[in-house]
Design a protein around this ligand. Structure first.
Ligand code: 8LQ
Length: 467
């Protein structure tokens, strides 16, 4: 396997020929079983390293009666207890600032990122120079698979602050040899300026969230510009469901006349692009030699068979500063076995990550994810650009209303328009929902991750009562 060592060491001058499809052909296309052998050996090294250097893991595994030397197969590895985000948060509160899962001396932390901390205590990511470079090399490799090349100009259009997403895309693009344009996002008036700068700079690749790309397209149109005239070749995304949700991805692809790629897992397990697409089709590959992904049953926490749904559990194979060993994501996906037909022999998530367990609700016995509602609503002709999903989790059965913005052209036939969307929701998702049309621009747009679900019993009652 190319440049496969522990601790990781990458040749920073290495660069494939632009015509090459693979960055590391052997690592990416080898039989999955052979790769699994190398991964098992690496998992043991990473566990031994964490055992020696990170008291958090030693404590946790002692309690579970597990020692790195007892892991003799990938099946054994399933016995290693998962790490929950609450544990990391609590451990950092006790062991400031980086937690007792920091496995390098604090003096080696050269970059700090973190969670936004909108819910609860923020978590700090303390990143060593070695890890920063591993992430850059990994991201360059996945972006290469998306077809991004050194002659591209990559716009980073997400907040350049604590959010690791932006920095990961930045250093990946830089390592790949592309021109990077770190415009960021999230300041007043920035979007209109972004549109102008995109034209001026000849930006060819966009990185951000799907919601933000759609907002940017609206802002361009308001400025009298067809987003397709901006000259983008590709857009790649992370941070929220969308790039693998059919109606959202086709809206983006059509607006910009460009290809759409999905990627992303969690900042804690950067390189977060270890879930990354290698074609402009929905879905992502699990780049197992970067971060070992297991899709697990959310209750028993055992790996589910290929073809089944579960929650991803991640293990970093290249991180030395804050290694993550079986981090429970709480997200939902379905995985498929590696197939040589795809070229890269990694497991595949055909619908990407489609939601979080916490966000799922149940209407008349049907489990519903907000992203499935997004898909139906955003496919409607005359959709005005935003919507809100209003639910109430007060009783045993959730109920649901969807407020949907309409384009002016729909104004004369709103009742049948709304009925059409309600029918579609019933057919596709099996749920009955009240669909309430609202005027365009009723709802705020986001420059980052969308929050469309409103859990409000009173609002729901009012909407359900409205005729
Ligand atoms: N999440 C992230 N990427 C997603 C995707 N492609 N599809 C669906 N949901 C996705 C730094 C990267 O952008 C990853 C990231 O956003 O990390 P965060 O900020 O730690 O947020 C992680 C959560 O975003 C995941 O658990 C998914 O729910 C969602």
């Amino acid at each position: 396997m190319e440049q496969w060592s522990w601790p990781p060491r990458y040749d920073e001058s290495y660069q494939p020929d632009p015509a090459e499809r693979f960055w590391f052909p052997r690592r990416e296309t080898m039989p999955a079983e052979q790769r699994d052998e190398a991964i098992l050996a690496r998992i043991r090294q990473v566990m031994e390293y964490a055992w020696e250097n990170a008291p958090f893991y030693r404590r946790k595994w002692d309690e579970a009666g597990i020692h790195p030397s007892s892991i003799k197969s990938l099946a054994d590895f399933e016995k290693v207890p998962v790490v929950r985000k609450e544990e990391l948060r609590a451990d950092q509160a006790e062991n400031e600032p980086f937690g007792s899962y920091l496995a390098v001396p604090t003096s080696e932390v050269k970059h700090v990122n973190g969670t936004s901390g909108t819910t609860g205590r923020p978590t700090a990511f303390g990143i060593s120079e070695r890890d920063w470079r591993s992430v850059a090399n990994a991201h360059a490799r996945v972006m290469w698979a998306m077809g991004i090349r050194p002659d591209d100009t990559v716009l980073v259009a997400s907040p350049l602050s604590l959010y690791w997403g932006s920095w990961g895309a930045y250093i990946g693009a830089e390592r790949l040899g592309a021109r990077v344009f770190p415009f960021g996002a999230g300041t007043a008036g920035q979007t209109a300026r972004t549109v102008r700068w995109m034209r001026q700079m000849g930006v060819t690749v966009f990185y951000g969230t799907p919601s933000y790309a759609l907002h940017l397209a609206e802002v361009a149109r308001d400025d009298g510009l067809d987003p397709a005239s901006l000259g983008l070749r590709k857009l790649f995304f992370s941070g929220e469901p969308g790039a693998s949700v059919p109606s959202i991805r086709s809206r983006i692809a059509e607006a910009f006349g460009a290809q759409v790629y999905d990627s992303g897992s969690m900042a804690e397990v950067s390189p977060w692009m270890h879930l990354g697409a290698d074609s402009d089709e929905p879905g992502v590959l699990c780049w197992q030699d970067l971060v070992y992904t297991e899709v697990c049953d959310p209750t028993g926490l055992h790996r589910v068979d290929y073809g089944s749904e579960g929650t991803p559990v991640y293990t970093t194979l290249e991180r030395t500063s804050q290694p993550m060993i079986r981090l429970l994501s709480g997200d939902l996906t379905r995985w498929e076995a590696p197939s040589a037909d795809r070229g890269r022999t990694y497991p595949f998530l055909p619908r990407g990550i489609y939601g979080r367990i916490d966000d799922m609700f149940t209407v008349r016995g049907e489990n519903v994810y907000p992203s499935a509602i997004d898909d139906v609503v955003m496919a409607a002709q005359g959709y005005g650009g935003e919507h809100r999903i209003v639910i109430s989790r007060e009783s045993t059965m959730d109920s649901l209303a969807v407020q949907v913005e309409y384009e002016d052209a729909m104004a004369s036939s709103l009742e049948s328009w709304a009925a059409g969307i309600a029918d579609r929701l019933r057919t596709v998702l099996g749920v009955g929902a009240k669909v309430v049309p609202v005027r365009q621009q009723t709802f705020d747009r986001t420059e980052f991750k969308a929050r469309r679900v409103v859990d409000d019993r009173d609002l729901l009652r009012r909407l359900e009562g409205a005729s």
